[in-house]
Ligand binder design. Structure first.
Ligand SMILES: O=C(O)CCC(=O)C(=O)O
Ligand SMILES: [Fe+2]
Length: 370
């Protein structure tokens, strides 16, 4: 990858990062150890904490999450070896317009190129997605992973890691359901033929970190993201209260969790129903009642390279995303029209692949005007 600052990387003035960054009072830190106990009080406390974090930040960090640290060590070490290969070697497993899995060095976020290279693999093999983003297309595309020959341990490290983090993702989904007063497993079936994928991110050092971003400001389109980052840091979360960018402090053996667009749409009605209203008042929640998908970005670093590994927890391609019925009554008009997850994602991928002269598809396109 030739990392000269080409104009396609340059962020618009309003998106360029300020040199000073707030690190104090960051996103909530949640200890998941109550999940290993029968202590109902501790579990209720945990559910409340998860609910408050989803509502106030859309982001939190978890410790004592049950994913063995060796899984992360193995995948990180293999990822480093892979990204250190020559561009020609990496391109042998390159992603293209047909196969969205594999290596790619020219990702764009909102039409500006990111200062990074990635390797994507799917969690459930094979993964079925729509054959095209066209409305009436009935064909399906079958996705399989492309594994490089080197390093030979990459494949197993990726598969083992995905099994570990997938378990955590399901636990978090259940905690989020409980925090919404839904049955714990209410959302599980949507993930039966999940389209989740994992991305290995490599952010090389950059000579002009004030002009570019590792990843431009964006929201994650899926249900949840479970992110591992190394010790370098660089992820900033847009604080809901004041729009300030807040740096997420690297904590060893932790994961960063964020609510994606699907959870936002699923939980958004214009008004809450009276039952939930009582529940939320008990929890001191009133006006800011929704779980919103929050904008985040990654800053480039002039000195150090950085690695991170997001697990994008995505439902089956045929899932229709819409506000959940139980969260409404006849006074609560839904805020969003339903949309098909597979087609939405396909359209988004298409616009990531190419620098298009149109805005990327967003959930706001499905918003019902109030
Ligand atoms: O590298 C990170 O810390 C976050 C990456 C990210 O937000 C993404 O890939 O969607
Ligand atoms: Fe993201």
């Amino acid at each position: 990858m030739g990392f000269e600052v080409d104009t396609e990387f340059i962020q618009a003035l309003e998106h360029r990062p300020k040199p000073s960054i707030t690190e104090a009072g960051g996103i909530p830190l949640i200890d998941l150890s109550p999940l290993n106990s029968d202590d109902h009080e501790a579990i209720s406390g945990l559910v409340a904490e998860i609910g408050e974090s989803c509502r106030d930040w859309g982001f939190f960090q978890v410790i004592n999450h049950g994913v063995p640290p060796q899984l992360q060590e193995r995948i990180e070490s293999a990822a480093k070896k892979f990204f250190a290969l020559s561009p020609e070697e990496k391109c042998k497993v390159g992603r293209d317009e047909v196969n969205p899995l594999g290596y790619y060095e020219a990702e764009h976020t909102k039409n500006v190129r990111d200062w990074k290279e990635v390797f994507d693999f799917t969690v459930q093999e094979p993964t079925l997605i729509p054959g095209s983003h066209e409305l009436h297309c009935q064909e399906l595309q079958i996705l399989n992973n492309q594994w490089p020959h080197y390093p030979p341990e990459l494949r197993e490290a990726c598969v083992d890691y995905s099994r570990g983090v997938e378990k955590l993702a399901f636990k978090l989904l259940e905690l989020i359901s409980l925090s919404l007063k839904l049955l714990a497993r209410r959302l599980n079936d949507f993930f039966k033929d999940q389209t989740s994928f994992i991305r290995l991110n490599h952010y090389p050092p950059c000579t002009a970190p004030e002009l570019v971003l590792g990843v431009g400001p964006h929201k994650d389109a899926g249900a949840l993201t479970v992110l591992a980052q190394d010790v370098v840091g660089g992820l900033d979360v847009n604080r809901k209260t004041d729009g300030e960018w807040i740096r997420v402090k690297p904590i060893p053996n932790s994961f960063i969790i964020n609510v994606g667009d699907i959870i936002q749409v699923a939980t958004n009605y214009i008004w809450l129903n009276p039952y939930l209203h009582d529940f939320y008042q008990m929890q001191h929640v009133w006006s800011n009642d929704k779980y919103q998908s929050v904008e985040h970005r990654v800053m480039a670093n002039s000195q150090k390279e950085r690695f991170s590994i997001p697990f994008f927890f995505n439902p089956s391609h045929y899932v229709m995303v819409k506000p959940l019925e139980e969260l409404a009554d006849e006074h609560d008009p839904p805020k969003y029209r339903e949309y098909n997850w597979g087609r939405f994602h396909k359209t988004r991928k298409l616009s990531n692949f190419k620098k298009l002269n149109v805005e990327n598809i967003q959930i706001s396109h499905f918003k019902i005007s109030e």
